[in-house]
Design a protein around this ligand. Structure first.
Ligand SMILES: [Zn+2]
Length: 283
C-alpha cells in the first residue's frame, strides 16, 4: 500500500492539469486517512484484546498460584505430651476441675518451606507429664527431619511454646515484637529473628496475627485451605466449649467461633489420646 501512494503523484505530474498532483493526492490522502483509521481501529482492538488476555492471565496466574499453594500445602499436628490443668487457671469462672491437656505443635510443608507453629519444649518442670517425648524427637522418629525446618512461628513466649527453638537450628524465627522482649532469652545467639507488630505473612496463605488476649503479643496462625481457613489458636483458648461460649467471649473467640473457620486448639485432647505422634490435618 505504501507503493500505491508514492505511485499516484508521479502519474499526475505528467497529466493534463499541468502536473498539479493535488486532486489525486487529496484522494490518496483520503485513502491514506481511511487506511490509517482502519489501522488505528485494528490497533485499538488488538490492544484491547491483548490487555484483556494479559489481565486474564495475570489474575488466573495469581489464582493458579494460590491453587497450587493450597494443593501442595500439607499440615501436620505433632503431639508430644499429655497432662492436666485446673480450669480455674484457664478461664474465668473455673470450678477447680482438672482438665486433660495435649501438648502439640504444628508443621506446615509447602515446597521447600517447612514451617513450625511453635517449637514445644524439652522439659516441663512441676507438671505431671505423660507420653512425653520432645517434639523434635517425635518428628525424627516419625519421618519429619527437624533440621529441615526452615521457619518457626512462635505464638507466644511461654516456656512450652518457645523453649524448643534451640532444637530446630536452621529455622528462622517469627515472633510478635512484644512477645520477643518476653521470650528472647530462649533464642540462641546468631539465629535469624523476624518480629512483627500486627501481622506477618510467612508464605502466601500462611499468616501470623497478633491477638494479645493470652499475653502481651500472643498470636494465632491462619492458613488458607481448599475448604475453610484453618486457625491455630496458640493459647488464646484451651477448650472448645470456651471457644463456643457466649459468656466467656474474648476478642479471639467472638471472631473465630464462627463456622467459617476451622479452629485447632493447641492444648485440646484430639488426634491421638494416650500417645504421642503425628497426624495430617491438611483437609
Ligand atoms: Zn501460654
Amino acid at each position: 500500500m505504501a507503493y500505491e501512494c508514492e505511485y499516484i503523484p508521479e502519474l499526475h505530474t505528467e497529466g493534463s492539469d499541468g502536473g498539479n498532483p493535488l486532486p489525486s493526492c487529496v484522494g490518496c490522502d483520503v485513502a491514506r486517512v481511511k487506511r490509517f483509521e482502519r489501522c488505528g481501529r485494528l490497533l485499538f482492538r488488538t490492544i484491547k484484546v491483548v490487555t484483556r488476555v494479559i489481565l486474564v492471565l495475570y489474575s488466573d496466574g495469581i489464582f493458579l498460584f494460590l491453587c497450587l499453594a493450597v494443593i501442595y500445602l500439607k499440615i501436620y499436628a505433632v503431639k508430644y505430651a499429655e497432662s492436666a490443668y485446673g480450669d480455674a487457671r484457664i478461664f474465668r469462672g473455673g470450678q477447680g476441675f482438672r482438665h486433660p491437656l495435649s501438648f502439640k505443635i504444628y508443621l506446615i510443608v509447602e515446597g521447600d518451606r517447612q514451617i513450625l507453629v511453635d517449637a514445644g519444649c524439652n522439659s516441663m518442670c512441676g507438671w505431671d507429664m505423660r507420653h512425653f517425648l520432645p517434639p523434635q524427637i517425635v518428628m525424627a522418629r516419625d519421618g519429619l527431619c527437624p533440621d529441615k525446618v526452615t521457619d518457626i512461628i512462635v505464638t507466644h513466649a511461654h516456656h512450652d511454646h518457645i523453649q524448643g527453638v534451640a532444637f530446630f537450628k536452621n529455622a528462622r524465627i517469627y515472633i510478635q515484637e512484644d512477645e520477643y522482649n518476653l521470650g528472647k532469652r530462649y533464642i540462641p545467639d546468631g539465629r535469624e529473628v523476624v518480629t512483627f507488630k500486627d501481622e506477618c505473612e510467612i508464605i502466601p496463605g500462611v499468616t501470623a496475627k497478633k491477638m494479645a488476649t493470652h499475653s502481651a503479643g500472643s498470636s494465632i496462625v491462619i492458613i488458607e485451605r481448599k475448604t475453610k481457613p484453618l486457625v491455630i489458636s496458640g493459647d488464646e483458648v484451651y477448650y472448645r466449649d470456651v471457644l463456643m461460649s457466649k459468656e466467656k467471649q474474648t476478642v479471639f473467640t467472638s471472631e473465630y467461633s464462627k463456622p467459617i473457620y476451622d479452629v485447632h486448639i493447641m492444648h485440646e485432647q484430639d488426634g491421638l489420646p494416650g500417645a504421642n505422634g503425628i497426624w495430617e490435618i491438611t483437609e
